[in-house]
Design a protein around this ligand. Structure first.
Ligand code: B12
Ligand code: SF4
Length: 499
């Protein structure tokens, strides 16, 4: 039986996390096929490592997980090199990047299949079909080319999460010691990355989760989450948890059940949520979450402007007032809200685009007055192709184009687009981008993020002092002195380096 090589391209320079995406694919074939894993974060020469496996001749399937941004940088040249040297292997990509950009990927000629959404069933079925030379055309969640046409098979319904095979942590440990995946963060000395649910019940038009999951969500039970975490705590000493779910807090009941189970373990935790969903949580639930270690929660606040929230199709019931009220409520419970905002959405005239930016800056300042502990994460709006949405159409009408060749994605221009730093959107002038970036520099100077654990109190106070005057008088232009300190002390921005 042929073997499977699974690759997690490098995604971070430090703070490696358990590669949950590729590990869940390993779980889907574990016990049935022999597999190996190569983690680009943990190898000095990952391509050489992969070639050393492939040169043996018994590997026929290569699976790459690819999210936009840095992972593309290894995924593209490595796939090409592998296909050139070993044309007989099947190259299969999965993850958010291929799900959004499958045409350009399949047209490259060196990727054979894209798995579109969850691969837990699609991947083993595809390997079975290829191995046994049986048809794969009816397998759900795959995309491939026949002749010149790209074929997308039907989407699979979201499945229950508890019956999925457990992640093969012990086997991963055989390749890369798990201890090194448990990094020091604001939450603890040995932080575990855990993924407890798939999808999201909402349909924000800028979000890549929507076209894949179509407003559906399924979570593991609180008991199963607890058992997994307890195992890693007991075996490798995890003392804190980052929940990587798109939306961990969809169910108040599950959250409270989990809080009750984890309470005696004394672990800090973090996750992502929606403001409107969590606004409905009872006081008792929020208090219990805090007692049980929930220290900080990430929320896509997006905008304080109700019209923009509508334009972004934020769904649900979120409003500017609610964002502000909720920041106040979180203060009472001593849970830090981490609010992300998206600046630079399209508007009919440049004056209106500028006015929108000014409005958001004022709104963010207001949030900081209400709850100074609120962490602010700023993104510039980068269109994600959610075909058919109003915003998508307006983006195309405004002259936006995606790369036509796969290799173009590794150009510096598109790399910074992926990082949502350089949106390449025609309605944003360089002066507007500067305004956003300068405000961000001063804001980060005045309120350095608590998540940067390398910033000691001396550095914090010094940078606050320098930035405080600018912030107070509302002048953000040319903040070179703050940038210098941030560069000198390697200030860590959650926007760029991930949470
Ligand atoms: C962990 C994570 C990171 C980590 C990297 C982790 C690692 N591998 O080392 C870090 C923090 C570095 C990171 C960074 C970024 N990330 Co990130 N990240 C995530 C996160 C939270 C979890 C990924 C995960 O583990 N999922 C768990 C697995 C089980 O789910 P999955 O990946 O969907 O995998 C399933 C399928 O996709 C498929 N599949 C996946 N891979 C493969 C491979 C094969 C072969 C097959 C067959 C199938 C398959 O099957 C899997 C099982 O069903 C996701 C959101 C999310 N909840 O998924 C965002 C997410 C992927 N990230 C995203 C982005 C944009 C980024 C950034 C590029 C930008 C940013 N500013 O955040 C940065 C890059 C910055 C940098 N310098 O690295 C976006 C992608 C959106 C898009 N436009 O496509 C997401 C979806 C978040 C979001 N909602 O916006 N990220
Ligand atoms: S709530 Fe968050 S994860 Fe869900 S669709 Fe909106 S942006 Fe995406």
């Amino acid at each position: 039986m042929n073997k499977i090589l699974l690759f997690n391209p490098q995604s971070a320079n430090a703070k490696y996390r358990i590669p949950n995406s590729i590990l869940s694919i390993a779980a889907s074939v574990d016990g049935k096929y022999d597999w190996v894993i190569v983690d680009g974060n943990r190898e000095t020469d990952p391509l050489a490592k992969m070639m050393s496996y492939l040169d043996r001749g018994d590997f026929k399937y290569v699976g790459f997980t690819v999210m936009p941004g840095p992972q593309v940088k290894q995924a593209i040249p490595f796939s090409k090199a592998i296909k050139e040297k070993h044309p007989g292997v099947y190259m299969i990509w999965g993850g958010y990047f291929p799900a959004s950009h499958f045409k350009v990927i399949l047209n490259s000629g060196y990727v054979d299949f894209v798995v579109n959404g969850p691969g837990d069933h699609a991947f083993p079925s595809l390997v079975d079909a290829l191995e046994n030379n049986t048809p794969y055309e009816l397998i759900k969640n795959i995309i491939y080319k026949t002749g010149d046409s790209v074929v997308k098979t039907l989407k699979e319904d979201l499945f229950e999460q508890d019956p999925l095979p457990p992640l093969p942590y012990d086997k991963l440990h055989g390749f890369y010691p798990i201890d090194k995946y448990l990094g020091k963060t604001y939450l603890g000395e040995r932080t575990l990355a855990y993924h407890s649910s798939i999808g999201c019940p909402f349909t924000c038009s800028f979000c890549a989760v929507v076209p894949i999951f179509e407003a559906r969500w399924k979570g593991k039970s609180a008991r199963l989450i607890y058992n997994d975490i307890k195992y890693i705590k007991d075996r490798w000493g995890a003392d804190a948890i980052e929940f990587h779910d798109n939306n961990f807090f969809v169910s108040e009941k599950r959250t409270v059940e989990f809080a009750n189970l984890i309470y005696p373990e004394k672990m800090n935790w973090w996750g992502m949520a929606r403001i409107d969903t969590m606004s409905k949580f009872k006081d008792a639930s929020l208090a219990r979450m805090r007692e049980a270690g929930c220290r900080i929660i990430f929320f896509g606040a997006e905008s304080g402007n109700n019209n923009i929230l509508k334009q972004l199709d934020k769904g649900g019931t979120q409003t500017g007032d609610q964002i502000a009220d909720f920041a106040e409520r979180m203060r009472k419970f001593d849970i830090i809200p981490e609010y992300s905002f998206v600046l630079g959405t399209p508007a009919p005239t440049p004056e209106e685009v500028e006015a929108q930016i000014d409005f958001e800056i004022d709104f963010i300042r207001k949030i900081k007055r209400i709850n100074p502990k609120t962490e602010i994460v700023l993104y510039t709006y980068s269109p994600v192709p959610t075909e058919g949405s109003e915003l998508y159409n307006s983006v195309l009408e405004a002259g936006f184009e995606y790369p036509k060749k796969l290799e173009d994605w590794i150009s510096p221009r598109w790399e910074s687009f992926d990082l949502r730093k350089n949106p390449l959107t025609p309605w944003l002038t360089p002066a507007m981008i500067d305004k956003i970036r300068n405000f961000e520099t001063v804001l980060n100077g005045c309120y350095p993020t608590v998540t940067d654990i390398r910033m000691n109190s001396f550095k914090r106070n010094a940078i606050k002092l320098v930035s405080g005057i600018r912030y107070k008088v509302n002048i953000y232009k040319y903040p070179y002195e703050i940038k210098l300190l941030q560069r000198l002390w390697k200030y860590r921005q959650p926007e760029i380096q991930g949470f």
